[in-house]
Design a protein around this ligand. Structure first.
Ligand code: MOS
Length: 724
């Protein structure tokens, strides 16, 4: 059977190299952190608090200690000292103000499911059994986990984070010819990557730590552990060769990881911790529940006059998590009067963290829904309304954009999805018993370049070895870096290029996050390869070819290898520009009017991400983000029973994410125009924009299909058949 018979369209974009680690992944040969073994391995399992707020009155660990195979039962009463904890040093770098939670330092309970004991045993099963024998009693205090009942606690974050913003007269929206004011809600979403948070810790000497851990940054994990145990960073070796998805939940080092390292010292054996899927919900962050309000006004011909965007998100009682929920509203449209207000409210929950797209994805749901609502009120096509208010320069700071091809992206997507078939009047496009609707949403995220160091070595066997500590959380970093190198070393075959990553002893790279890695590490790979080629030129002298036979040159010069180590970072010129990547997501949905059953029937995602370095992995990146956005729009929701402050759907049976049957063929289009101000490849990031704007595109398509405007995610069938 061929693709035609299967009715599968061939990928529209087939250039570029295959995944360098594809075979390892699909054959199971790729080794993830929890899969490493060590002699004498032991296993840690946590006993969790059954209350949400209060103190431990008593904790009985005798039965657990007597259980077979148990090596240690650690509670706040006997926990080994973590030296960095005593001096207030923050072992797990908080994303913002406040301090991260420290496990087993006192008897307080700050959220439901917080570990109260850690059992280490000689097998995972024995540790699990013993953990079930730990019995704690509590002095229970009244808890608050519902943001909707705690909006009065909302306050501006400390310091300068999330400061109020204002330009012109935002209040002009009130006197505009056409206006709206609506509230939008994004619930808790949980990253739920396939790979659970895992860490193996071993102390080969009193002052040396070896770690295999799931992390988006081996250097940041190295630094966090070094700080916690007051060791020089070089004494901590961190390896993460493969990461099975993360979406932000492995951006920081969490307290259970520090506890694992401490336990390994206590039992004098390697300790392996793999948290459960249930713990995944409140141990490694989540997208915070966020309330938003948009007030917006325009002239009768569609010119925006004023926008006010307010947002309040939840944080924990001990730490201030903030994100850029309202930021895009400041520069997305050419509106003279704009204000943004960002607040956070502390609840008795664990601290949220960035989840793909992060705050911008939450904010774009509100802003891009509101723009669609305004277009409907104005009787102007939603693309046309966006073009009318297109910002040619950055209205927030007056700077020119380093590149912006958003109008072209709108056009490309509109052509591809067949926007001309969209009926302007909602609820009027019925086909075969299904209501058909079209919608779009715009995404935007900062595009910059950070600092990274790459060592490039040409070996005597003709292998070009590239080394840096960056991790690949599944997006295809190794492939993209190989592609960049192969475009400089044009006469070195791709299979002779090796990109070594995921090891803290390699030259430093930043944590993989914030859509920065292709630009940052790719830029450094570009610089290192260019420098290595120059070094060869110097060796050959005048008259040499641009692409010499490197093996022969090394042999002639009697050299075992030739290498350079280069640190690359963004140019100062970039500061004179505003630099963003853009996406436009187009969605066609079909809604069954009686049952509210919804099918996403067509998706076109267009990225304005500069030059596309690695077409195949870029396509996968956009598809993955689009699916994440569809999940956010239609399914994902961490549901808490606030009486108990506890999740009721903390597993993959009840926390819904899209499966293949939910997702149609997704077309990915790239404007593919280079932005050389960002880096020498002309590439801008695409990890976040792949998701940002998608949830609004789905909501807007649903409105177009049904005439029902749903402003609270996820948009489940019950909301489409309810009368309200
Ligand atoms: Mo991401 S939320 O930059 O891992």
């Amino acid at each position: 059977m061929n693709n035609d018979q299967l009715n599968i369209a061939p990928p529209p974009f087939t250039d570029g190299i295959d995944r360098v680690d594809g075979r390892l992944k699909v054959t199971g040969a790729a080794k993830y952190s929890a899969e490493y073994d060590m002699p004498n391995m032991s296993y840690a399992v946590f006993a969790l608090s059954t209350i949400t707020k209060g103190t431990i009155k008593s904790i009985d660990t005798k039965a657990a200690e007597r259980a077979p195979g148990v090596l240690a039962v650690i509670t706040y009463l006997n926990a080994p000292k973590v030296p960095g904890y005593d001096t207030g040093g923050d072992p797990s770098k908080p994303p913002t103000g406040g301090g991260p939670l420290k496990f087993f330092v006192d008897n307080t309970v700050k959220y439901s499911g917080q570990p109260v004991a850690m059992v280490v045993a000689d097998s995972f099963e024995r540790a699990t059994h013993a953990a079930s024998l730990v019995k704690a009693t509590y002095n229970k205090e009244e808890h608050q986990t519902d943001l909707t009942k705690n909006m009065a606690k909302a306050a501006a974050p400390k310091g300068n984070r999330g400061a109020d913003y204002k330009r012109g007269n935002p209040e002009d929206w009130k006197t505009a010819a056409v206006k709206l004011e609506h509230e939008y809600v994004v619930p808790i979403d949980v990253h739920n990557p396939m790979e659970l948070s895992a860490l193996i810790a071993h102390w080969p000497a009193d002052d040396k730590i070896v770690v295999y851990g799931k992390t988006q940054g081996v250097k940041s994990t190295q630094n966090a552990i070094a700080q916690a145990f007051k060791l020089p960073p070089d004494n901590v070796q961190v390896t993460a060769k493969f990461v099975g998805g993360a979406f932000g939940n492995a951006l920081r080092t969490w307290p259970h990881e520090i506890a694992t390292v401490a336990a390994a010292k206590l039992v004098k054996r390697p300790v392996k911790t793999v948290i459960t899927r249930q713990m995944q919900f409140n141990t490694v962050g989540y997208r915070p529940y966020t309330w938003q309000k948009i007030s917006m006004g325009a002239t009768a011909d569609g010119k925006l006059t004023g926008i006010i965007h307010e947002a309040t998100g939840q944080t924990s009682s001990f730490e201030e998590f903030t994100e850029g929920t309202v930021n895009m509203t400041r520069f997305m449209y050419a509106c003279p009067g704009v204000s943004t207000v960002y607040r956070i409210a502390p609840l008795d929950v664990n601290t949220p963290t960035w989840m793909r797209g992060p705050g911008e994805a939450t904010g774009a749901f509100a802003l891009e829904s509101a723009i669609d609502e305004l277009a409907d009120q104005l009787g102007i096509d939603p693309i046309e309304l966006r073009v009318i208010n297109h910002a040619d320069t950055d209205p927030e700071n007056g700077k020119p954009f380093s590149s912006k091809n958003l109008k072209e992206a709108y056009q490309m997507g509109a052509d591809k999805i067949g926007w001309k078939d969209r009926k302007a009047k909602p609820g009027t496009n019925m086909k075969d018993g299904w209501l058909v609707g079209y919608g779009l949403g715009t995404g935007v995220f900062g595009a910059g370049r950070g600092r990274a160091t790459v060592k490039a070595t040409m070996q005597a066997d003709g292998v070009l070895l590239l080394q840096t500590s960056v991790t690949d959380i599944g997006v295809g970093t190794g492939t993209a870096m190989t592609q960049i190198a192969s475009e400089i070393f044009t006469n070195v075959p791709v299979k002779k290029i090796r990109f070594e990553l995921g090891d803290s002893s390699l030259p430093p790279s930043p944590t993989q996050g914030g859509s920065m890695i292709t630009s940052t590490v790719g830029g450094a790979v570009h610089d290192a390869c260019t420098a290595l080629k120059q070094k060869f030129q110097q060796l050959i002298g005048n008259g040499g070819t641009d692409n010499p036979d490197y093996v022969k040159v090394l042999k002639d010069k009697n050299l075992p290898s030739l290498d350079v180590t280069i640190t690359g970072s963004g140019s100062s010129e970039l500061r004179n520009f505003s630099s963003y990547s853009y996406s436009v997501h187009f969605v066609q949905v079909k809604v069954h009017p009686t049952t509210g059953i919804l099918k996403v029937s067509n998706v076109v995602s267009v990225a304005d991400s500069g030059h596309i370095v690695s077409p195949k992995t870029a396509r996968s990146q956009i598809i993955g983000g689009a699916i994440g956005g569809i999940g956010m729009a239609l399914m994902e929701e961490g549901i808490m029973d606030h009486r108990y402050g506890r999740y009721v759907n903390a597993d993959l049976a009840n926390y819904h994410v899209p499966v293949h049957a939910d997702i149609p063929q997704i077309d990915t289009l790239f404007v593919n125009k280079p932005d050389f101000k960002v880096n020498p490849m002309g590439a801008k990031g695409m990890g976040e924009i792949a998701l940002i704007g998608m949830s609004a595109a789905v909501a807007n398509a649903i409105y177009n299909a049904t005439g029902k405007r749903i402003r609270e995610l996820p948009i489940t069938p019950d909301k489409l058949i309810s009368k309200a």
